[in-house]
Design a protein around this ligand. Structure first.
Ligand code: BDR
Ligand code: CA
Length: 314
């Protein structure tokens, strides 16, 4: 299995991604750092610890990361999407475990030494911990096998402003630092994630499962489905973070994913947080730019929800 450090803002779809990673045979989750986004970094750690306890996975270290972002303060999360506690208002049984004494940045750097050359970094929240880790240790990329990041909107509208996706908008400078560092990146933007949804029937299967982890996740998705109803016209949700997790686990094939330069607008104008992917010349199929290390996922093969449900329900 691939050793994975997960950086998240747990979050309803983060919780689905976490459940999938815990159940995926190709992933060895070796550490989790949290960041403010959907909820505060501290609440995200609480949610993560409680979910791990439900899953019987109490050995995985969880460290709290950045509360504030590089260029602005955390402003209270997305309660209208993810509920007041980040997980759709579901009250999980309290795990007795506390977060690690070290920060998410220290945990990531420590794991990069322990799994040097093999560690996979998966980010599904704002990238503040990553910019801080790169600043604390500029040699970090040398020890990372690959980065997979849910974020951005390459050729489609944003979801927080007309052009910006939430994880990138919450810390544009951090996203730009991640995207320009010296490592191989698979960027999973809204172009791909908005095309993969979960059905109400699948949600009910989860909510009524005897497995407590699945029941909890199915319960959280209720509010998330309400949020997405106006977008899709039915009760469903986009599989943002779960798609990034499936890609990191090799659970699908990327059918369109050119390697191109990607930068982020870090100005304070209307373009703030826009991911600027150089997709010129892609009309006839994928054309990699020489030297570009970011693969922009535009399309993947098969039904992600079927794969997800299969792995989750065994
Ligand atoms: C991303 O923003 C968060 O609200 C979700 O958890 C996901 O990581 C989607 O734009
Ligand atoms: Ca997230």
């Amino acid at each position: 299995p691939i050793p994975v450090y997960l950086d998240c803002d747990t979050g309803v779809d983060d919780a689905v991604a976490l459940a999938y990673l815990l159940r995926s045979p190709s992933i060895d989750l070796v550490g989790i750092g949290t960041v403010s986004g959907n909820t505060s970094a501290a609440q995200a750690a609480r949610n993560t610890l409680d979910l791990l306890a439900l899953a019987g996975a109490d050995g995985i270290p969880v460290a709290v990361g950045a509360h504030h972002h590089s260029s602005h303060e955390y402003s209270g999360g997305a309660a209208h999407v993810h509920g007041d506690n980040g997980i759709g208002g579901v009250e999980l049984p309290r795990s007795g475990r506390e977060p690690e004494a070290v920060s998410a940045v220290e945990l990531l750097i420590d794991l990069s030494h322990r799994y040097a050359g093999r560690l996979h970094v998966l980010t599904i929240g704002p990238m503040t911990n990553i910019i801080e880790a790169l600043e604390a240790d500029p040699t970090l990329p040398e020890r990372i096998a690959e980065v997979t990041t849910m974020g951005g909107a390459a050729n489609v509208p944003g979801n927080i402003t007309a052009v910006a996706e939430a994880n990138v908008f919450n810390d544009p400078a951090a996203a730009d630092a991640l995207l320009t560092a010296d490592w191989d990146i698979t960027l999973v933007p809204l172009d791909a994630t908005m095309e993969h949804t979960l059905s109400e029937a699948d949600r009910v299967t989860l909510a009524e499962a005897s497995d407590p982890l699945l029941r909890a996740v199915g319960g959280m998705l209720d509010l998330y489905f309400d949020f997405y109803r106006p977008t899709y016209g039915i009760r469903t949700c986009a599989l943002h973070d779960p798609l990034a997790a499936v890609i990191a686990a090799g659970g699908t094939t990327i059918t369109r994913g050119p390697r191109v330069p990607v930068r982020v607008d870090t100005t304070h104008g209307p373009g703030r947080g826009q991911t600027i992917a150089d997709l010129r010349g892609q009309r006839l199929g994928d054309r990699d730019h020489p030297g570009a290390r970011t693969r922009v996922v535009l399309d993947v093969d098969g039904s992600i929800s079927s794969h997800l449900m299969q792995v989750l329900t065994g």
